[in-house]
Design a protein. Structure first.
Length: 321
């Protein structure tokens, strides 16, 4: 490895990717950020462009990439239903072709490679909370399948490359993450509720509000990424990364209204197809092997996220239309 580790972050201009790039620069890495700006944003990486150890490349991971790297973080893929259902074929190609291309790059350069997988591999779970051993309950032909099955196939590829070519892999199953730089129109509950509350609009709640999610603040998640990447080679995962504290969607809506001081009312709509009723990670493996657990509570992380969206609505209101 070089004096400074050379680290590739695909999807590096996205929500998680841009935070990861900042962390890696702070840790002393040379960072190559790759993104095609389908959901990423130049604004996210603009402050880093003048950093002497940061480089940006506009590129789509469904095409091969020829660079020299020590570590690869594969975060490239639209991750919200609004975005991954916009072009479902391309979503599957990003997960599957992207994995093949980056695994090929890792094989050639002998780089260690991290896959940002997802809690969606569990589908609508029949086991609660979800341990890594659970195989999931996924509809292979539904409107969410392009993402769910694309990510499941990517995991298959990672483990086959590991077994067949002895690649050093790290597969993380990421549960709901929130924080500054979330896309304002990504259809996720945290960003939806905050934008609606700040505008004084009705807060749209799908289903009866009793369905649960587990929300992890972005700083906690990035800490887990870095610990996992730098853990012993035999720790391949998959490892669940997320906050095991369950929150109902109704509770979240009420918190957002309270923290924004909004006059918004909650209105109910039908639950979308294949939307999971419960989502809670079992993070025993992350605690044991990474000495990691989330430290930032929802009541601390939400105000930081609200401040970000309040500024976004003031400075660039067109982004939230």
């Amino acid at each position: 490895m070089h004096l400074r580790p050379r680290v590739l972050v695909t999807g590096g201009a996205g929500f998680l990717g841009s935070h990861l790039c900042e962390r890696l620069l702070a840790d002393g890495s040379d960072v190559l950020c790759v993104d095609n700006f389908f959901t990423g944003a130049k604004d996210h990486i603009a402050p880093m462009l003048t950093h002497p150890h940061f480089e940006f490349m506009r590129h789509d991971v469904t095409f091969p990439l020829y660079v020299e790297m020590d570590q690869i973080y594969n975060l490239a893929c639209p991750a919200s239903p609004v975005h991954y259902q916009f072009d479902p074929v391309q979503t599957t190609k990003t997960s599957v072709h992207g994995a093949i291309n980056l695994l090929g790059l890792a094989k050639r350069t002998k780089a260690r490679i991290f896959q940002a997988s997802t809690s969606e591999v569990y589908g609508d779970p029949e086991v609660h909370p979800q341990p890594e051993e659970y195989w999931g309950n996924v509809n292979p032909i539904g409107i969410r399948s392009c993402y769910d099955e694309g990510k499941r196939c990517a995991e298959t590829l990672f483990f086959d490359y590991h077994r067949q070519h002895r690649l050093q892999i790290k597969v993380a199953r990421i549960f709901n993450t929130y924080g500054p730089r979330m896309h304002p129109n990504d259809g996720r509950v945290v960003s939806n509720f905050i934008v609606q509350a700040l505008r004084g609009e009705n807060i749209t709640l799908f289903g009866d509000g009793t369905q649960t999610r587990s929300f992890c603040y972005v700083d906690d998640m990035i800490e887990a990424f870095v610990r996992f990447m730098n853990s012993p080679a035999d720790l391949t995962g998959p490892i669940n990364l997320g906050n095991p504290k369950e929150t109902t969607i109704s509770e979240l809506a009420e918190k957002v209204i309270r923290l924004t001081g909004s006059c918004s009312r909650i209105v109910f709509r039908d639950l979308p197809a294949d939307d999971p009723r419960k989502r809670q990670p079992n993070i025993a493996k992350a605690k044991e092997h990474l000495d990691w657990a989330p430290s930032i509570e929802l009541d601390d992380g939400l105000p930081r996220t609200i401040d970000y969206f309040r500024k976004l609505l003031t400075d660039r209101p067109h982004l939230c239309q």
